[in-house]
Design a protein around this ligand. Structure first.
Ligand SMILES: Cc1cc2nc3c(=O)[nH]c(=O)nc-3n(C[C@H](O)[C@H](O)[C@H](O)COP(=O)(O)O)c2cc1C
Length: 201
């Protein structure tokens, strides 16, 4: 892989057909692609997994998720607000990062992580964003300075997934720019210099 090559793994969404969380996630990934990154998206059915069990048997979907987390140079996490926090679907997916505790770059070490929280109101979106951010800190990732909130009490997307709000679209673009820019910058830095410590130190 060239040092400036960036692979962004998008993880999140909801199982609801036409989910606005998935639409927002895909909008950020499209912007990352425009900046030359490779992307992959794990959403909806990809994330319907058994509750995380330490040391449990891993099926193909569980392995794909953990491999996507391990192989990404940057991540985007997107969750609807459910009762003031991230959804159980997204939290359970993030629990699978525990399988990376013995990885050379444990959990999300050294990787920038863009965050999207989607809710029917500003308060739910803000609290879901805070929950995502604190989980990324626990996973040793680097949340981007901009976290994007999407308030679906107003129409945000057209039927084709196009963003109807220029300000929101600008936020998607800025998030992708921070993510890809940071990933290109840190790829030249050895992992130990960007915050990696031995797991369970
Ligand atoms: C179980 C559940 C809990 C929710 N809790 C909240 C909440 O606390 N605050 C809020 O603003 N919206 C809440 N919502 C609304 C969703 O966050 C909102 O509809 C969001 O746009 C859903 O995203 P989706 O279109 O990707 O499914 C809840 C929805 C569900 C199904």
């Amino acid at each position: 892989m060239r040092p400036d090559e960036v692979t962004v793994a998008g993880i999140g969404g909801s199982t609801r057909p036409g989910s606005s969380t998935e639409t927002a996630l895909r909008a950020v990934l499209a912007e990352a692609e425009r900046l030359g990154a490779r992307t992959l998206c794990l959403t909806a059915g990809d994330l319907v997994l058994p509750p995380y069990e330490s040391g449990g048997v891993r099926g193909p979907r569980q392995r794909r998720l953990v491999e996507a987390m391990a192989g990404a140079t940057a991540l985007v996490l997107a969750s609807p607000a459910y009762h003031g926090t991230m959804s159980g679907l997204v939290k359970n997916a993030l629990d699978y990062a525990e399988d990376l505790r013995e990885h050379p770059a444990p959990y999300f070490s050294g990787r920038p992580v863009g965050l999207l929280a989607v809710a029917r109101g500003a308060q739910g979106a803000a609290s879901a964003l805070a929950s995502l951010r604190s989980t990324v800190h626990a996973l040793r990732g680097w949340p981007t300075p901009l976290g994007v909130t999407v308030d679906t009490s107003r129409a945000c997307f057209g039927p084709d997934g196009r963003c109807l709000d220029p300000r929101l679209q600008h936020h998607f673009t800025a998030l992708a720019e921070q993510l890809v820019g940071f990933a290109r910058h840190t790829s030249a830095i050895p992992a130990c210099e960007v915050g990696t410590q031995p797991a369970r130190a």
